[in-house]
Design a protein around this ligand. Sequence first.
Ligand code: NDP
Length: 388
Amino acid sequence: MSKKTNIAILGSTGSIGTQALEVISQNPDIFQVEILTANTNADLLIKQAIKYSPNTVVIIDELKYEYVKNTLFDHDIKVYTGKDALNYVVSFSTIDTVLSAIVGFAGLESTIAAIKTGKRIALANKESLVVAGKIITDLSKQYNAPIIPVDSEHSAIFQCLVGEDTSSVKNIYLTASGGPFRHKSLSELNNVTLSDALNHPKWNMGNKITIDSATLMNKGLEAIEAKYLFNLKPEQIEIVVHPESIIHSMVKFNDGSVKAQIGNPDMRVPIKYAFTFPYRIGTEFNNFDIFAHSSLHFEKPDLEKFPALNIALNVMKTGGNATCVLNAANEIAVNAFLNNKIKFTQISTLVEEALTRVDFIKEPTLNNLFETDKTTREISLKIIKEKL
Ligand code: NDP
């Protein structure tokens, strides 16, 4: 790579965003930060801006705009605010790669705006593929904007597929750690607390994905993400619980061979790969030691104990706007659980109920999906008020 890669980080104050900045810090001769964005965390955004000197920062929360602007007054950094600013700044011609690392449906519009500028998309925001997978993959082809997955499982599959004829793929194995409640009984799950659920055994992530990992909804969202990213049929996607989280996912080919991508559970590795693909660059992060992993385990997921995964796998087969309903209801449910409004086991109850209440659209347009998201959120809040 001759010139530096200029990177826009949407969601720089989050778990993925901050790890991306660590990757950039370790390779200052290769990467340059162009854009940093946050929702409300102005203090961290300012700190990052002073350290990395980006061209521009965006603080979505308009109430924090003056504070960010005034604090960065002496720095040569442009400051924007409001949701629309994201769609504007991703179009800057100085950007090579956009890391889409906003959490939830909120990341959809900026991901699409970035794709339409034909830049490389390092995609962490899985929800945008869950909600609008077909639209996004079609746009990526139309605008010649390659999507390189950041999610570790999808990065693993992407890496296994390099140099392969995709028509020879028989199926993929998406691995799951099993989350913090793998050993709990169905009845024990009724009484788990928020702090139990936030205590993930292998990964340190943002709150939303951590709860999704505890319900196994995350694996369902990832199955839908994989379906669209790799153009797979639902029956080609198998979920494997692999508690060591060393094999990040596998691909089985039609000659019976299985390729796996293996490494420490460290998101900085797939983030860096998404920035440098097709090249690899050296790492200063902990190197993998095969002798530290003398036994690896694999089990089928317990769909009765983790109904959210079952619901998501069924929704993957249904397609249409059902994946958008799934995502919106899940975001409302997780938020309610994070605010101690519902119990852990009620997350899947709420999602299941919302799916029965929103009209199905087989081939939704983007506008249909924005409407579906809005309606589902309203319905989900109503269900919480009335029933839970
Ligand atoms: P975090 O909650 O840690 O960070 C989210 C980021 O998005 C923050 O910068 C936050 O800003 C910003 N944000 C939140 N809401 C909005 C909004 N409405 N508009 C604009 N920006 C917003 O999430 P993670 O980093 O954990 O996850 C980000 C994405 O990456 C998710 O889609 C997740 O599924 C995916 N992912 C994450 C992994 C991980 O290890 N964390 C692994 C694989 C995928 P602020 O700080 O101001 O709130």
